[in-house]
Design a protein around this ligand. Structure first.
Ligand SMILES: CC(C)(COP(=O)(O)OP(=O)(O)OC[C@H]1O[C@@H](n2cnc3c(N)ncnc32)[C@H](O)[C@@H]1OP(=O)(O)O)[C@@H](O)C(=O)NCCC(=O)NCCS
Length: 267
């Protein structure tokens, strides 16, 4: 367990090294997606990830009093209870991830003009949530931006294929056995959402799902993580290098992405 004196307890599930900055070609890790019922409600839990500190928070009922910084609470004052839960879970996960990187993170974490969480200089971070889980990743800033996304596996929503897949991806999708189609589609959707969080801070515009293409049938084994090749990036991002991973847990899929313009220094 790693925490500074003033921060809430962070449970650590395995031997992550969150002080290490994300690097290209980092190996995938196994079993990074927990079942929420294995987590204590509203208690940040860290698992190993090659890109930095990955912290989960189980959302269960109303958030505990005092979970937010007063400025965050003021920002969220008019939120519907469900949105307040995801907002709070994201902040708890992100604050814990920042602290695992050695950042005090005592101030409010408010959105920037694009909706991304504004974090102290010297670190990069991203967060995502569903109704029952929030996840955040943070790492020292060595030039690569990070993106993370989680999605619930149930219920299948095969109709999203229409707006998520390019023609080439649709051909791969159509060739899959029926049982594999939904997880493959969801993982592709999730990887694209994680990529968006890497690319948007540079491009600062809506990026359509059809602008990004992933060639392989993205299907990691249960509770495993695989690297994902990105075949095509948006036309105005020719000088980018991005990498992604995806993983499948019992109830959710998790995707992460890292990347930057190639001109940026990467240690
Ligand atoms: C912004 C977006 C990626 C969020 O994804 P989502 O699945 O709806 O929601 P998630 O829970 O995964 O992520 C929400 C978090 O993303 C972060 N976020 C929002 N806008 C962001 C941005 N422009 N850049 C980085 N992070 C952003 C926020 O932290 C937000 O949580 P918060 O408001 O509680 O702080 C999505 O709504 C979107 O607009 N996508 C654009 C189209 C796209 O994904 N294209 C893919 C091709 S690259």
């Amino acid at each position: 367990m790693r925490h500074c004196g003033s921060c809430p307890e962070i449970e650590s599930r395995n031997g992550a090294d969150p002080r290490r900055a994300p690097a290209y070609d980092a190996p995938p890790v196994s079993a990074p997606v927990p079942d929420p019922s294995d987590l204590r409600p509203w208690t940040p839990t860290e698992t190993a990830h090659p890109d930095g500190a990955l912290v989960w928070v189980r959302l269960d009922g109303p958030p505990p009093d005092g979970a937010l910084h007063p400025d965050e609470a003021a920002h969220a004052a008019t939120y519907h209870p469900k949105r307040l839960a995801t907002w709070t879970g994201g902040r708890l996960a992100l604050r814990a991830a920042l602290r695992a990187c050695g950042v005090a993170a005592d101030g409010p974490i408010l959105p920037d003009d694009r909706g991304a969480p504004r974090v102290p200089s010297g670190v990069v971070a991203s967060l995502s949530h569903t109704g029952d889980l929030a996840v955040a990743i943070a790492a020292p800033d060595a030039g690569l931006r990070l993106g993370v996304d989680i999605e619930r596996l149930a219920p299948p929503r095969l109709k999203v294929a229409e707006f998520v897949l390019t023609d080439a991806e649709k051909a791969v999708f159509d060739a899959l056995p029926e049982v594999d189609r939904w997880p493959a589609l969801l993982l592709r959707f999730s990887v694209k959402e994680a990529l968006y969080k890497v690319l948007d801070p540079f491009l600062r515009r809506w990026i359509g799902f059809e602008e990004v293409e992933i060639p392989a049938p993205v299907l990691p084994p249960d509770a495993g993580s695989v690297p994902v090749t990105v075949a095509r990036l948006p036309a105005d991002a020719p000088g980018f290098r991005v990498e992604a991973t995806c993983a499948r847990g019992p109830l959710h899929v998790l995707s992460t992405a890292r990347g930057a313009p190639v001109s940026r220094a990467v240690r």
